[in-house]
Ligand binder design. Structure first.
Ligand code: DGJ
Length: 742
């Protein structure tokens, strides 16, 4: 790994053997971009990669020269209005009304490791040898605005992290109206755009289409990263598959409004922009003040999507997630939400917990409804004090009793929200986000606290820590159940209202920071009506997140499969729930619900007392299976094998680091008869190891399992013999493969 600067050609080369990232100081002093992709030999001069030619009517800065034009050059910090007509990475509203800027190269520094980003979640290193960071300084002389562009190349993988910091070194205030974190100008547009999109209860479905001339984008203006579009994007070559071909993944380490777009111009070059959504962002910078834009991470792979995902998984699991729980297997939990909703007593909870303890479950989580006057959506949010009529011994007493059963205790909070019917709102009606004299929309009958204000964050922090100090709480589910509207802070002047969305998220991060530092042993799970804020920003504080409110096994196949494009399996909250399922009324076999949930942080979302004795025996087996294999499932190498978006079957697998054990999950949605033979070519095994298949005791070498494949045919192949039971809809199997002496 290294970063070099070639003085004669003014070229920067960041490389690690797998990838190269090349930039050049352009003849007009701007920072130009040359290349991002497969690693290349270093050379003194790569300026040929600029691909410049004289073009009719191009906007050019020098009379007599039609070749150098910002309209056609690849750039790192492009602005609009002075030659480049594509979407810009930066826009600065100045005192004289102009938005034109001209960021000139000033110098650079190279640092071992990776510096922290003030107040923001970001990837990190534990040893300076794991990465190297280049900081390039640019300056707009007219405004005095300085831009520091940071590029971190990691020793391992095709990964590059990028962020930008602005400092107003001028004498007048300016307004930063656009501060994108990443700009990548690719020399062609032969890509498919792949996004993770959906809605509440069907988050992160994989949607792919061909890149086309013009702008294509995803984003959020809901105040959270959203159920609708995840801050993640892939550009892959049309022929790229899970195992082969080129793909570039883009991920934004942020939990609020974002924009990711690709703009294909008239000459088929593609500009990718990733950053804060400019439509809901403006930041006033007084002289001397600075602004740090969040981090974006890119992963280049020439070995298909699985390799790209594995880079993200490794980085995010080990160098974004942090703290006590990062490398620890996650407890098997039971959550009472779908078992009781708001209708419970302490005794009813203990009944559920007792049965769970008997089955080997390790953590009992009390969800919504334990505080204030919370017996419905209409009251209580903001009053983080136990409801004594439901919980006569308070949270401390309940936690004590749960611990007495040999389990840990976890608790639900929704710190950012308030109901009108709450003591908090009655004493601080001015603490919510709302625009004076305008209607205020509710979402789920609740309102959003103004987390851009330190005193609001302090107050919620105070209530939460009181409980956490009194009671033995080992886990927190941090929920957030609405989009933000009327985003206006009564504590900020009119010319800073554009800052509220971002300041709000900074407030959320600050509360997370304080709580995770004060209670390092508490396991945090993020949640936002399921997966409405499932993003790398949250992953920094909470090593796992509730993937979706949809707990149906078939729906979960697509949701978890899509989520795995970027996020590690150890971060995917996945539970077994009852049938008929509460979201889609579907009845799937018990083992299939578990077989899907194993590929995540496993748990139950039901009242085990409602199960038959036979099912309880199955629960016990599932719990012990998960305990045996969870370190491989949560921390092994994950491969997608067969997409649920492309047919009736889905398959994925996890391989242990020593390749001696693998777990293959195979799932078929609808039953068939007289079907063809089926097999799944596996991945990641050692070709020379002979593996024994737990399902039927058969033995095969890794090369056969990866070449011909694992045979998954069952009774559905051909006619069902009279002595065999027909299969059923929603069938699934876990094949455990263990290396044995050939
Ligand atoms: C939404 C979450 O996603 C659910 O799991 C549950 O915690 C409810 N909120 C409680 O209100």
């Amino acid at each position: 790994m290294g970063i070099v600067y070639h003085k004669s050609s003014k070229t920067f080369h960041l490389f690690n053997g797998e990838i190269s990232y090349l930039m050049i100081v352009l003849e007009n002093g701007h920072l130009g971009q040359l290349y991002f992709g497969k690693g290349m030999h270093d050379r003194e001069d790569f300026s040929n990669l600029l691909e410049l030619a004289p073009r009719a009517i191009a906007a050019c800065p020098r009379l007599g020269d039609k070749v150098f034009s910002l309209e056609h050059v690849k750039q790192e910090l492009p602005s609009y209005g002075s030659g480049d007509f594509r979407s810009p990475a930066v826009e600065i509203q100045q005192e004289n009304g102009s938005r034109i800027s001209d960021f000139q190269y000033q110098g650079y520094r190279i640092e071992p490791g990776k510096p922290k980003l003030a107040g923001l979640p970001a990837t990190y290193v534990e040893d300076p040898g794991e990465a190297e960071t280049l900081v390039v300084e640019l300056k707009d002389q007219v405004t005095g605005m300085k831009a520091e562009l940071s590029y971190t190349i990691f020793a391992q993988g095709g990964l590059l992290a990028k962020s930008v910091r602005y400092v107003n070194e001028g004498g007048e205030p300016v307004r930063l109206e656009r501060a994108m974190s990443l700009c990548l100008d690719l020399p062609d547009c032969r890509y498919e755009w792949v996004q993770l999109s959906g809605a509440w209860a069907r988050e992160r479905h994989i949607i792919a289409r061909k890149l086309a001339m013009g702008v294509q984008s995803i984003g959020s203006m809901r105040g959270s990263s959203s159920h609708h579009h995840n801050p993640f994007l892939v550009l892959k070559r049309p022929d790229a598959t899970e195992e082969h071909g080129e793909a570039i993944g883009f991920s934004f380490v942020y939990s609020g409004n974002f924009l990711m777009q690709a703009e294909v111009d008239a000459h088929d070059s593609t500009r990718v922009l990733v950053g804060l959504h400019p439509d809901t962002f403006a930041w006033k910078l007084e002289p001397g003040e600075s602004f740090q834009a969040p981090e974006a991470v890119m992963a280049y792979s020439c070995q298909g999507l699985n390799a790209m995902s594995q880079d993200f998984h490794r980085l995010y699991r080990t160098r974004l997630a942090k703290g006590y729980w990062r490398d620890r297997v996650r407890p098997i939990l039971i959550n009472n939400w779908e078992a009781t909703y708001f209708d419970f007593t302490e005794e009813a909870l203990l009944e559920i917990a007792r049965k769970a303890a008997e089955c080997g479950v390790e953590l009992f989580v009390l969800d919504d409804g334990w505080f204030g006057k919370r017996s419905s959506e209409f009251a209580g949010l903001g009053d983080w004090v136990a409801n004594k009529s439901r919980l006569p011994h308070g949270i401390a007493g309940l936690a004590e009793r749960i611990e007495g059963l040999g389990m840990k205790f976890g608790l639900w909070f929704e710190p950012e929200m308030v109901n009108l019917d709450s003591d908090l709102y009655r004493s601080h009606p001015d603490w919510i986000l709302e625009v004076p004299k305008r209607i205020k929309n509710h979402g789920r009958n609740q309102f959003v606290l103004d987390f851009s204000r330190a005193e609001v964050v302090d107050a919620i922090h105070g209530m939460m820590v009181k409980i956490l100090r009194e009671a033995k709480v080992s886990y927190i589910k941090w929920d957030m159940n609405r989009s933000i509207t009327e985003c206006y802070s009564k504590a900020l002047p009119p010319d800073q209202q554009g800052e509220v969305f971002h300041r709000y998220i900074l407030g959320v991060y600050e509360l997370y920071r304080r709580l995770t530092e004060e209670f390092p042993h508490i396991l945090f799970e993020s949640c936002a009506s399921g997966g409405g804020r499932f993003d790398p920003g949250m992953l920094y504080y909470a090593p796992q997140g509730w993937v979706s409110d949809d707990t149906d096994a078939v729906e979960r196949m697509k949701i978890q499969y899509g989520t795995s494009l970027c996020y590690p399996i150890s971060s995917l909250g996945a539970h077994v729930s009852v049938i008929p399922n509460h979201q889609v009324s579907r009845s799937t076999p018990f083992h299939t619900r578990a077989n899907v949930a194993y590929f995540g942080t496993f748990g139950y979302e039901l009242d085990l007392n409602s199960l038959t004795e036979e099912e309880i025996q199955e629960v016990k087996k599932q719990v012990s299976f998960m305990k045996e294999y969870r370190s491989i499932l949560q921390f092994g190498t994950f491969y997608r094998l067969k997409s649920p978006f492309e047919g009736n079957e889905m398959s994925w697998m996890v391989v242990s680091p020593d390749k001696k054990t693998a777990l293959v999950g195979w799932y078929r949605v609808l039953n068939q008869v007289n079907a063809r033979f089926t097999r799944i070519p596996l991945a990641g095994l050692c070709p020379d190891f002979c593996y024994e298949n737990s399902f039927d005791g058969s033995r095969h070498f890794g090369d056969e399992l990866m070449g011909f494949g694992l045979i998954t045919s069952d009774v559905t192949a051909g006619e069902v013999p009279p002595d065999r039971d027909p299969s059923c809809d929603f069938e699934s199997r876990i094949y455990v493969l263990k290396a044995v002496e050939g």
